[in-house]
Design a protein around this ligand. Structure first.
Ligand code: KIV
Length: 282
């Protein structure tokens, strides 16, 4: 039987050299499936703004929407650690605002921690949220909420100056007390240095194999986003094809009156029921 993954499990896993497997989830049914399959961490990512809502980026996502999806994921989860993203502008305006929003997310979803994108600019907010007894996961490298500042979804930390900045920020986030750091789209050499430097685990997405764990957007790894294929995504299933095939079969059977059969229909034990109903209805 799987054990509950807690905030302590992050460091324990790193100390034992055991990898951490994280996937995003945005709803009850997916959360239940991934949890039953034994996933360690479910991330209610603000990537839902793109994969669920169809936006170009994550910027439009609100705290209310994160709470809505966080609640659903939590209900489908038994053992996984539930981590909810703090969306764009929910921790930038003031420290008070950041703590209040993090508190709402935890109180209203029952999640285990929040994730915050950024380094030095958010350290004060991260510390204040941790002081409010809320575990925080950091996120460095390609932080999608900064897409307009980066000028697109681009690999970060490619030159030594940028790389040093990310290393320093990772150290400061660790000092501030985050329990783990997501490293997104950085060269594997950089994530290796950060992973070797920190005592908390790194979770990579497009950051190579030396991270202490990996995370993917569930729709991408299940092959439910045929038109989106970044280099770092591996498709572990072809759900696009499976779902299309099932829906085409359904349409064919409905048209051919092969579905529903008696097996999928209910019969009354009162024969006059149908007579009375149909005659009064017409
Ligand atoms: O929002 C998200 O899904 C994320 C992952 C890509 C790490 O932050």
């Amino acid at each position: 039987m799987n054990q509950k993954f807690t905030v302590n499990s992050f460091r324990q896993r790193k100390a034992k050299g055991q990898k951490i497997a994280m996937l995003t989830a945005y709803d009850y049914s997916t959360a239940r499936l991934l949890d039953e399959a034994g996933i360690d961490v479910l991330l209610v990512g603000d990537s839902l703004g793109m994969v669920v809502q169809g936006n170009e980026n994550t910027l439009p996502v609100t705290v209310e929407e994160m709470i809505y999806h966080g609640k659903a994921v939590k209900k489908g989860t038994k053992n996984a650690f539930v981590l909810v993203d703090m969306p764009f502008l929910s921790y930038h305006v003031s420290i008070e605002d950041a703590v209040r929003n993090a508190g709402r997310i935890i109180k209203e979803t029952g999640a285990d921690a929040v994730k915050i994108e950024g380094g030095d600019a958010v350290i004060a907010a991260v510390s204040a949220i941790i002081n409010a007894q809320i575990p925080v996961v950091g996120h460095l490298g390609l932080t999608p909420q900064s897409v307009n500042v980066f000028g697109g979804f681009k690999v970060q930390g490619k030159n030594s100056e940028q790389a040093q900045k990310i290393i320093d920020q990772a150290k400061r986030l660790e000092q501030a007390g985050v329990c783990s750091i997501v490293l997104e789209c950085v060269p594997w050499e950089l994530s290796r240095v950060i992973t070797d430097t920190l005592t908390i685990p790194t979770i990579g997405i497009g950051a190579g194999k030396y991270c202490d764990g990996q995370v993917l957007v569930v729709n991408d790894m299940l092959g439910m986003s045929a038109h989106f294929a970044p280099k770092f995504v591996k498709r572990f299933a072809d759900m696009d094809a499976i779902v299309k095939d099932a829906v085409e079969n359904y349409i064919r059977e409905v048209n051919a009156e092969d579905f529903p059969t008696e097996q999928h229909s209910f019969a009354s034990n009162n024969e006059t029921y149908y007579h009375v109903k149909t005659s009064s209805a017409y």
